[in-house]
Design a protein around this ligand. Structure first.
Ligand code: 0A1
Ligand code: ZN
Length: 850
């Protein structure tokens, strides 16, 4: 797009910083409208630098004074920072600036949330706090003094002196500015302690607003489990005397790994049985682990520049998924991860926002905290581990931690430790970081004289800026089943490196049935001509839980696609296979709940588009509804049994076992509600003593077109709990009938509890609309218009959240010409707003350029 966005930054332009920092001293004199920040920074020239310009980032700051080695100076100040003449030797920089946290609605830098001061500095928010080289390759120790009347005043590292009006903190571990944090307010703590493997005693706290104390216990247990797990599995101990977590209501993302002071969106840490679902509990446990694991992968070893974001995020997501697999069910975790990968990352990779796991340019780095960097970044690590094996992975990680501790690193550093410990050449593997798009993997088979052959070919479609693609290294896990269902070839790893490659399996008594890409061993789209009989066979016999599930999913999808495109009737073979799987009580109820869930409308739209069919959101919705009705009719007795067999007696526990039982029972309830008009759901609603049961029942009532009184009762019961009220907003929109979705959303934006200033509430409302595909894409364009109206209103306050939500439009090229015209008009209307943020300009520009 023209010049509406900011300048583009390129990886290839990287240059080392001109000055390095040894120590930073910061003093904060807190006041909502006029906080003073005093900085004293010890700089020294970087011998590695070629450009010697002294430049400090700084935005939206009022400079009060500056001095070098005690002598006042008058720097040249611009919108983005300042320059100043400095000595060609170590020197001390001092500055005083003024900022207004109470007027910071972007939630970046120092801001206020419910009267509490808090910070968010990743990626480039520190420059809104004071003048500083705000780049991750400048690492320094921080000493912080906070002056203010707030009873609790926190920063990174270990506590120093404190008294009523002040508190001091010192962080001995050098860190980039993006890991700086400060919190001050009227907070209460849930305390605990942890002794590390080497005997170090650590104080732990979760800090919350008064009233939320009872929602901290689960998060604290998750933290202690994470600390133990990282010691046992990665040999990594915690390294400070104290670890603080703070819950904040107004937060753009999930949580932030600031050194020793993690800041969490309250929705990602506060939990209680009455207010949180099983899904919330699992997510909270995973996010606490994720942020904690960053202490080593991100903080002790950080990124040289923001292009290397996947170095910390891909690895940390990979680590947190290993943790969840260990704490709960590994197959269920893998299947759930692949469902999200396909829903979010494949969607991104196959649209206008496709980008490399390591991007090579950006205008606003905040737009690159994406499913590709995080989730595909984690898949790349999983593939690497598959290829080198578990032992070599552990050796490489040990070398990574010892060699790079205290450094700001690159993907090259990461791959080198693997090359050195394994002797492998990873130059082709590195394409996973530099080539966007989801590879298509085609398979053909041949059977001759007892030898079975798989012929593979791979192709990655063009993505923006990358018309030509090269073959990737694909680890393909394969097993073979004999005609009676026995495994005749256990899982073996095929390593594909060419565009076309064949693998043979000799000495077989009969033509086998292949189970390809077990465990989803590579993030590709597998294309294979197969039959539904074979899928049903794999669903019944595959020993690999992922492929067993995948077979059921393909069966469901195939039937749905025929219903959508040919008006076919629900597939009896699918219903039979489903019945057999659900009835098999030897299978984990969580697995059966996943088998019971149909592919989403979004997934079907993408599948149709891939097959060259323009998806009709309404037709997709209708077909899916018809299949659900058929499932309910066909399986009613079994569903009734499953529902009753999986009621969990006694006190609520969020553990995997009881959660799995509830998932299956509530999956059954959703279908049974289509038979009994919601009678059983109403009964469950009335008797529910936890949010999982209450919310599941309410959802069923809404789908059954009932629940008006329960919706009101739910609001009355939970009015004072902002996180539950977010659910209340989201639910009504997510399950609104397509034709009414935009109107329901609009009405809810007029509700007194709606506010666009709180990102959770905004997402619960407008995000829920985007998540109801048939409603959002209703052909009158009302959904598009409403979302665009609100994005336009939010952008001046909170560019980050606005920009992220523009991705609701990223799939626009899939749809028919009328819908494309409607969406283009809305995107152009957003783009034409005077003063549009750099964040939103970049997103809209990239989407429109499709
Ligand atoms: N590093 C955090 C995610 C995060 C990124 C940006 C933020 O503000 C713009 C906030 C959090 C994580 O991976 O958890
Ligand atoms: Zn992270």
């Amino acid at each position: 797009m023209k010049d509406m966005a900011g300048p583009t930054i390129y990886l290839s332009d990287y240059a080392p910083p001109a000055y390095l920092v040894d120590e930073v001293h910061l003093t904060f004199r807190l006041a909502p409208e006029a906080t003073r920040v005093l900085s004293r920074v010890r700089f020294r020239p970087n011998p590695e630098a070629t450009d010697k310009t002294f430049f400090l980032h700084g935005e939206q700051l009022t400079l009060i004074s500056a001095a070098i080695d005690g002598q006042p100076v008058t720097p040249e100040v611009s919108d983005t920072g300042l320059t100043c003449a400095v000595p060609d030797a170590p020197f001390t920089w001092e500055a005083e600036v003024e900022i207004a946290p109470a007027r910071n609605f972007a939630l970046e830098g120092l801001y206020m949330s419910n009267g509490m001061y808090c910070t968010q500095c990743e990626a480039e928010g520190f420059r809104k706090i004071t003048y500083y080289p705000d780049r991750p390759d400048v690492m320094a120790t921080f000493t912080v003094r906070i002056e203010g009347e707030e009873p609790v005043k926190l920063s990174n590292g270990n506590p120093g002196a404190s008294d009523e009006g002040f508190a001091e903190w010192h962080d001995p571990w050098p860190k980039p500015a993006y890991l700086f944090a400060l919190v001050a307010g009227d907070l209460v703590n849930h305390p605990d302690r942890f002794t590390t493997a080497s005997g170090k005693d650590v104080e732990l706290n979760i800090w919350v607003r008064p009233g939320d104390e009872s929602k901290c216990a689960f998060g604290m247990e998750a933290l202690k489990k994470s600390m133990t797990w990282d010691e046992e599995v990665y040999g990594r101990e915690y390294d400070l005397d104290i670890f603080n977590i703070v819950a904040v209501d107004d937060f753009n993302m999930g949580a932030m790994e600031n050194k020793g002071l993690n800041i969490f969106n309250s929705s990602c840490v506060l939990a209680s049985p009455e207010t949180s679902t099983d899904g919330n509990f699992e997510r909270i446990e995973a996010i606490i682990a994720h942020e904690y694991f960053h202490n080593w992968t991100g903080n002790r070893i950080t990124c040289r520049d923001w292009f290397q974001l996947c170095l910390k995020e891909g690895l940390t997501v990979y680590r947190d998924s290993q943790f969840t697999a260990d704490m709960r069910s590994a197959p269920v975790k893998r299947i759930s991860d692949v469902i999200t990968l396909r829903a979010r990352q494949f969607r991104e990779d196959n649209g206008p926002l496709a980008h490399n796991v390591r991007p090579e340019s950006f205008q606003e780095i905040n737009n690159f905290y994406t499913a590709t960097v995080y989730e595909k970044g984690a898949e790349v690590i999983g593939m690497l581990k598959e290829l080198v094996g578990d032992e070599a992975y552990d050796k490489a990680l040990d070398l990574y931690f010892t060699r790079h501790d205290g450094q700001a690193c690159t993907i090259e550093d990461w791959l080198t430790v693997f090359e050195e410990t394994t002797g492998r050449d990873l130059s082709q593997f590195k394409r996973w970081y530099s080539q966007a798009g989801t590879p298509r993997l085609k398979v053909r088979e041949a059977w001759e004289d007892g030898t079975y052959t798989l012929h593979f070919s791979q192709m990655t479609p063009p993505t923006p800026g990358q018309p030509e693609k090269l073959p990737q290294v694909l680890p393909i896990a394969v097993g073979l089943l004999g005609p009676n269902g026995d495994e005749v070839q256990e899982t073996t790893l095929l390593e594909m490196t060419e565009a076309e490659q064949s693998f043979t399996f000799p000495g077989l008594a009969a033509k086998p049935v292949p189970s390809i890409l077990r465990g989803f061993s590579a993030p590709v789209i597998l294309e294979r001509e197969t039959t539904n009989a074979e899928r049903a066979f794999l669903l019944a016999h595959d020993t690999d839980p992922f492929n067993k599930w995948e077979a059921g999913r393909m069966l469901a999808k195939d039937g749905l696609i025929r219903m959508i495109t040919d008006g076919a009737a629900p597939d009896a073979a699918y219903l039979g296979a489903l019945q057999a799987t659900l009835a098999d009580d030897s299978l984990d109820p969580a697995f059966r709940a996943l088998v019971l869930a149909l592919p989403s409308e979004e997934d079907l739209a993408q599948t149709l588009f891939d097959a060259g069919v323009t998806p009709d959101p309404e037709a997709i919705h209708t077909a899916r509804e018809r299949l659900l009705e058929a499932m309910a009719a066909e399986l009613e007795p079994l569903l009734t049994r499953l529902y009753h067999d999986h009621q969990v007696p006694g006190a609520y526990s969020p553990d995997a076992g009881p959660s799995a039982a509830r998932a299956l029972a509530n999956g059954a309830l959703a279908l049974l509600s289509r038979r009994d008009g919601g009678a059983l759901a109403a009964q469950q609603y009335a008797g529910a003593d936890n949010m999982t049961q209450q919310l599941a029942a309410l959802t069923c009532l809404l789908i059954a077109g009932k629940g008006t009184s329960e919706v009101q009762a739910f609001y009355d019961q939970w009015q004072a709990d902002r996180l539950v009220i977010d659910k209340w907003f989201a639910l009504q929109i997510a399950y609104a009938a397509p034709a009414k979705a935009a109107a329901v959303t609009e009405a809810l934006t007029q509700h007194p509890d709606f506010t666009m200033k709180n990102p959770n509430r905004f997402r619960a409302t407008l995000g829920a609309l985007a998540g109801n595909p048939a409603g959002f894409h209703a052909n009158d364009g009302a959904g598009y218009r409403l979302l665009a109206d609100w994005l336009i209103q939010l952008d001046p306050l909170n560019p980050q959240t606005t920009a992220r939500m523009c991705s609701a439009f990223e799939t626009w090229k899939r749809y028919d010409a009328d819908r494309q015209d409607l969406i283009r008009a809305e995107l152009e209307r957003i783009a034409a707003q005077p003063g549009l943020s750099r964040d939103t300009s970049e997103m809209v520009g990239r989407i429109l350029a499709a």
